[in-house]
Design a protein around this ligand. Structure first.
Ligand code: ZN
Length: 420
């Protein structure tokens, strides 16, 4: 361990430079800019060091086009002996900049211990830490067993279909035994998985009529009002009462939750330059988009049945009530067993590097583990990486250099335990 610690400490300047270089490639998603640039940058660094690099374009994935091709890179370092395959997966895309920055979002500015920039924390810092960890491990163990893999993948921020899901469909995870996703969950915590997701659009239907004679129509917005009232009275209390054994953070997410992402009824919003009055019509359609997050103890069919039962109850009370429910997106909850090899090895490494017991958490939202679990059929997967989760997607996002070095030591030790 001392040799690995020294090897990683010696790479501090390289880690800083690599993190800055990655931040300076503005891989904004949407629409998906500079994906090929970042993959070629990584290839140029890793191929000369003996990594077998494959650039993979997710042809036909959502968002893939000639203007914005969905590029991924998978780099492999084969050892001298047979053994397990340990895979570090990071997404290389970043979300929009937004307002409120006091630093250059793509400058990669180093100030004290912090490197600033969009994607520094989520998750180019984690990608850089895993590369430094692997380089240090390989330098110290030139005859290591098995294979080390590092992938940088597209589109995690928009569902991961042009990234990890595409690689999983190709069968890339069939040869992998252990996966670590260096998302910013904090250097002393292991993230075992995430809650489930169901997004759906609920539409209430009525009949259009003149606004001066609403009795001749049927107001879809009033129907939706009745749906929301029923949700307030019964659904939210029901969900708040469902608690999970999953160690979800923050605490508020340890129950089932439901957000209404949007509501729209009646005439379209006027164009910004329209100065006239709206027309008087009874709305014949009203739609909401719901975002239901569910627990490992719940079943998706039951989650949907709760909403249908609620709508049927409203229907029984309102003679002309009609509705439709359209599924938009669903993800099954994922939680890796605490006894899984990658969990135990990482927990032991955290304890040795940081001198304290590892914490176990589950993410309130989802990330690419869903594809590795469901498509790749690989359960031995966690998220572990440097950075403060709250900073993700915020202005003046940063990642700590010491944080990255510490988690790189943990990752290198994991490699040492599994392949040393
Ligand atoms: Zn992320």
């Amino acid at each position: 361990m001392t040799d690995l610690t020294t090897a990683i400490e010696a790479r501090r300047p390289s880690l800083i430079q690599l993190t800055q270089d990655l931040i300076r490639i503005p891989t904004l998603n949407p629409p998906g800019r500079h994906y090929l640039d970042i993959c070629e940058f990584l290839q140029a660094r890793m191929a000369p060091q003996g990594w077998d690099c494959e650039l993979v374009r997710a042809h036909g994935a959502p968002g893939d086009s000639e203007t914005y091709p969905r590029w991924n890179i998978v780099a492999r370092h084969k050892g001298a002996r047979s053994g397990d395959c340990v895979h570090f997966n990071s997404h290389h895309d970043v979300v929009e900049v937004g307002h409120g920055w006091t630093r250059d979002p793509f400058g990669g500015e180093l100030d004290g211990d912090r490197i600033y920039g969009r994607g520094s924390c989520d998750m180019k810092g984690g990608l850089a830490a895993s590369i430094i960890a692997a380089e240090a491990f390989i330098a110290e163990n030139p005859d290591h067993a098995g294979t080390v893999e590092i992938s940088a993948t597209a589109d995690e921020e928009s569902g991961g279909f042009g990234g990890v899901a595409y690689l999983a469909e190709r069968g890339d995870f069939a040869r992998v035994n252990h996966v670590i996703i260096p998302e910013p969950l904090h250097k002393d915590r292991i993230c075992l998985g995430h809650r489930g997701v169901w997004w759906a659009e609920i539409e209430t239907q009525g009949r259009i009529a003149h606004g001066s004679m609403p009795f001749l129509g049927d107001c879809a917005v009033r129907h939706m009002g009745a749906v929301l009232e029923e949700m307030e009275a019964t659904l939210w209390p029901l969900l708040a009462g469902k608690h999970t054994e999953m160690p979800v953070i923050p605490d508020g997410a340890r129950s089932s939750t439901l957000n209404i992402n949007s509501i729209h009824g009646g005439a379209s919003e006027p164009e910004a330059d329209y100065t006239g009055l709206p027309a008087p019509c009874v709305p014949d359609r009203c739609r909401i988009v719901i975002d239901r997050r569910f627990l490992i103890e719940e079943d998706l069919a039951e989650v949907k049945a709760e909403v249908t039962a609620l709508l049927e109850k409203v229907k029984a009370q309102r003679p002309s009530f009609r509705y439709e429910v359209r599924d938009l997106f669903e993800v099954i909850p994922s939680m890796t067993d605490r006894d899984a090899p990658v969990v135990r090895t990482t927990a032991a490494a955290i304890e040795r590097v940081l001198g304290r017991e590892a914490g176990y958490v589950v993410s309130p939202g989802t990330y690419d583990q869903k594809h590795i679990d469901r498509i790749g059929k690989l359960k031995n997967c966690i998220a572990y990486g440097p950075g403060v989760l709250d900073l993700a997607h915020q202005p003046d996002e940063w990642v700590g250099v010491q944080d990255m070095l510490d988690s790189a030591r943990v990752m290198a030790l994991v490699l040492d335990d599994l392949l040393g």
